[in-house]
Structure formats: C-alpha cells, structure tokens
Design a protein around this ligand. Structure first.
Ligand code: THU
Length: 145
C-alpha cells in the first residue's frame, strides 16, 4: 500500500485556474495556467509569458517547473493545466519533454476555462511515449561528463 496521500485534483485545478488569470498573452489571447504537485506535496504554479518577439513565449507548464526547481524540488507527482478554447489543450511537445525530466510518469489533468468544455485526465506516458532521458547522455544520470 502506498503511503502517498491522494492527489487533491480540485485544489490543483483551482490553483491552475487562478494563476491563469496572471498569464501574459497579449499576442495569442490564449491564457494558460498550470499547477503541479511536487514530491514533497507542495504546489507550484505557472502561467504563459509571451513576448513581442513571438518565438520567445514561455509556456505555463515550464514556468511552473521553473518555480519548483527554484524552490529546490526535483520531482513532479501530478499536474493540472487550465487553458482557453472549446476543448482543453494538452501540453506542447517541448513541455512534455521538460516534464519527463522530473517525472517518470504522472497524471495530467486538462481543463478549459471556457464554459461547457469537457475536462479529461491523461498521463505523461501517453502524451510522450519515448522521452529522451538524462541517463542516455553518456550513460551518466546527471548528464555531466
Ligand atoms: N502554451 C502554453 O502555455 N502551454 C502549452 O502547452 C501550449 C501553449 C501557450 C504558449 C503561448 O503563449 C500560447 O499558449 C499560444 O500558443
């Protein structure tokens, strides 16, 4: 039996919904909020941050991961993402790979802020079947030579 407490999806989704309000998305008008549950049980949030140089946009998921790393944590247990649009948007390919750096497989809950949209729960292993892993770098787990 696992000693891990159950994931409180309601509060994770609420945190993602709340931080989404802070998204800086004047170019796409597509606001995204992400809330992740870390190994220690803390919740870290992030939102997308766009730029006049469009290609520099930072996704909500990687923004939440950066907050977790900055706080000294290294493992993700679950993530909730709240997007815009008629259907919830799953994380982009880049964010999937960055999530995989800190999680073998985690549940990913997807919701949209738009009324009437259907939320769904998937997993990182479904979204990214064969991630590039740190140990693949010269056989060294940390990647450093
Ligand atoms: N975006 C995210 O924040 N997460 C994703 O996984 C998909 C895309 C953001 C980037 C950009 O600011 C806006 O959504 C439109 O692509």
């Amino acid at each position: 039996m696992s000693t891990m407490p159950a994931i409180d999806w309601n509060s994770l989704v609420a945190a993602a919904r709340e931080v989404r309000e802070h998204a800086y998305a004047p170019y796409s008008q597509y606001q995204v909020g992400a809330a992740l549950l870390s190994g220690s049980g803390k919740v870290y949030v992030g939102c997308n941050v766009e730029n006049a140089s469009y290609g520099l946009a930072l996704c909500a998921e990687r923004s939440a991961i950066a907050a977790m790393i900055a706080d000294g944590e290294r493992t993700i247990r679950a993530i909730a993402i709240v997007t815009d649009g008629p259907v919830p948007g799953p994380p982009c390919g880049m964010c999937r790979q960055v999530l995989a750096e800190f999680a073998d497989d985690v549940p990913v809950h997807l919701a949209s802020a738009q009324a009437g949209s259907m939320a769904r729960t998937t997993s990182l292993s479904k979204l990214l079947a064969d991630p590039f892993r740190p140990h693949m770098l010269r056989g060294n787990p940390g990647g450093t030579p």
